[in-house]
Design a protein around this ligand. Structure first.
Ligand code: PAF
Length: 289
């Protein structure tokens, strides 16, 4: 695996791979790689002969009171995992490389970034869109793969890429879960044992609402209540539990259609966790203990 820190060098390396006739896959990450990220590498391989992984904890997508400083940084281990999975390029720039002195451009998708996670994390998605645009400009034409745990991020990146005519195909891969159902996240390593157990309330809540939906319940308020019962009952502090259109991310009438995104965010201790399920589409969530 070739490690690159300089943006121009990464841009040239991607261009060289394409010039040699290879399709390129890009997996943008913030590192602390886990099986979820590695499933994105596998997803990229389905569409490309060469795969690049970017590892960059992007400061512009963190709010002033968020966990930028505490975000896990494990570059050596990440490189080892990339090497094992046959990743061709790892792009791991420093902040000064991605945000050089005097930089001032931000990319925003407007209202799509103001709901769900965007409501409690103002500017978060502007930070994501800005860094992803930079990464797409460097990588050039490629297939970029995102995880559906960050469902809103995936939809926003898809929108932005289409709106700005960026020559990148955006694809997504399903959420990867621990055996007990918890969605994999780099932040899970920060969960203390009590909070780790409580975190299961999130998937239990989604599963309970999904079960009721499968049995025919289409009352949005009632489904939301069922999810909240489990999430709050586990002692988590709820940020949001929302039922929205899976594509536009807009509110739905209380009598729900046949395909609905149920998304939730909650704090387990000081760790913010997110999870989601597309009702009417995703397979049944695992039974959690
Ligand atoms: O999902 C992430 O890890 C980040 O938001 C991303 C897409 C790498 C942008 O910093």
């Amino acid at each position: 695996v070739r490690l690159i820190v300089d943006p121009s060098e990464f841009q040239a390396a991607c261009a060289e791979l394409r010039a040699a006739g290879h399709r390129l896959g890009l997996v943008p990450t913030m590192g602390a790689l886990h099986e979820g990220h590695l499933s994105l590498v596998r997803g990229a391989r389905q569409h490309a002969e060469r795969v690049a992984v970017s590892i960059f904890v992007n400061p512009t997508q963190f709010g002033p009171n968020e966990d930028l400083a505490r975000y896990p940084r494990t570059l050596e281990r990440d490189l080892e995992k990339c090497r094992e999975r046959g990743v061709d390029l790892v792009f791991a720039p420093e902040v000064v490389h991605m945000y050089a002195k005097g930089e001032s451009t931000r990319v925003s998708v407007g209202s799509l970034g103001e709901t769900l996670c965007g409501a409690s994390r103002p500017n978060h998605f502007d930070g994501v869109c800005t860094v992803v645009t930079k990464l797409f400009q460097l990588a050039g034409p490629c297939t970029a793969v995102f995880g559906r745990k960050d469902y809103q991020q995936w939809k926003i990146v898809e929108r932005m890429t289409a709106d700005l005519f960026i020559p990148v195909t955006v694809r997504s891969m399903p959420i990867v879960r621990e055996a007990d159902g918890l969605a994999l996240s780099s932040r899970n390593v920060r969960l203390l044992p009590g909070a780790r157990a409580a975190a299961l309330g999130l998937v239990r809540g989604l599963a309970r609402a999904q079960g009721a939906f499968i049995e025919g319940m289409r009352d949005g308020a009632r489904l939301r209540e069922l999810a909240l019962l489990e999430i709050e009952g586990a002692g988590l502090e709820v940020d949001y539990v929302s039922l929205v259109d899976p594509d536009a991310l807009t509110a739905l009438p209380d009598a729900l259609p046949e395909r609905v995104l149920l998304a939730a965010a909650a704090f387990a201790g000081d760790v913010r966790l997110i999870d989601n399920v597309v009702l009417g589409e995703d397979p049944r969530l695992p039974e959690t203990p």
